[in-house]
Design a protein around this ligand. Structure first.
Ligand SMILES: [Zn+2]
Ligand SMILES: [Zn+2]
Length: 268
């Protein structure tokens, strides 16, 4: 059984959990180790199962708790070389694995597929975590859903998908012009409408569950983001994430690979 959970999501901090009975990975540690442990305990997840941490980019809301969690719990941390070069000296963990976008990193029986994305960081990457035949995409801090992102999304059963801002709220909101332009640019964040458009364009893919992620506190509301996704709610299960608490754990049965499917068919 594959379990996924957003321990934190938003500009205060991001941390996403993907695991099975034996092992797990975290994508990003943008909250303190104390918060990670507290929130995991609240939803009955076990930190000892976490075998690796993957960092998507150097912004504080994705990396803040990295060193303390990695060092104290002896968990390997994977970053690209450029992202590591932008990591503050006092936040550099001892156990470092360097990868480059496009690499597939194997952690026990988990495969983490990394790929480049567009965002205003030095070397932003996203991940598709493949575990027991289930694919989970972690896609936040995306300026645009480009071809690489679309190819990855097509393979996913579940997505942590950025639904950062409502276009009208951003326009009318408190941000200075330069920041509004930054958010909207193709190196900024995905709006509700852009995120819906991405999943609405999918046909014949295994996608069943979407967790709306990195929802802005200033330029969006959970209700508005959820409402935007109503048009695809007959096709997918849609849930919000929160910056203040872990989501419930969502589970997926092990997906059969082609050989297993073929041998099951023979039995009938
Ligand atoms: Zn972020
Ligand atoms: Zn960012």
């Amino acid at each position: 059984m594959v379990e996924i959970c957003a321990l934190a999501s938003g500009s205060n901090g991001n941390c996403y959990y993907v695991g099975n009975e034996d092992e797990a990975v975290l994508i990003d540690v943008g909250i303190s180790r104390r918060q990670v442990l507290k929130r995991m305990k609240e939803v009955k997840l076990n930190i000892n199962k976490v075998k690796a941490i993957f960092i998507s980019h150097e912004h504080a809301d994705h990396i803040r708790g990295l060193r303390v969690l990695s060092d104290m719990n002896e968990i390997d941390a994977y970053l690209t070389k450029a992202t590591f070069s932008k990591t503050r000296n006092d936040n550099q963990p001892k156990r470092i694995g360097i990868f480059k976008a496009g690499d597939i990193i194997t952690v026990g029986n988990i495969k983490v597929h990394s790929f480049a994305k567009k965002h205003d960081a030095i070397d932003p990457t996203s991940f598709r975590v493949e575990i027991d035949g289930v694919n989970v995409g972690v896609l936040t801090d995306l300026g645009t859903a480009d071809t690489i992102v679309k190819q990855q999304v097509k393979q996913c059963h579940a997505l942590f998908l950025e639904s950062n801002y409502d276009e009208r709220l951003l326009e009318e909101g408190p941000y200075p012009i330069y920041l509004k332009n930054r958010v909207k640019s193709d190196r900024g964040h995905l709006s509700n409408d852009q995120a819906v458009k991405l999943v609405d364009s999918l046909k014949d893919t295994p996608l069943e569950t979407i967790l709306l992620s990195h929802i802005s506190a200033d330029n969006n509301q959970v209700e508005i983001a959820m409402k935007s996704f109503q048009m695809v709610s007959d096709r997918y299960k849609i849930y919000p994430t929160s910056r203040y608490a872990a989501t419930p754990i969502y589970t997926f049965e092990k997906a059969l690979n082609e050989n297993e499917q073929a041998s099951q068919l023979k039995m009938f």
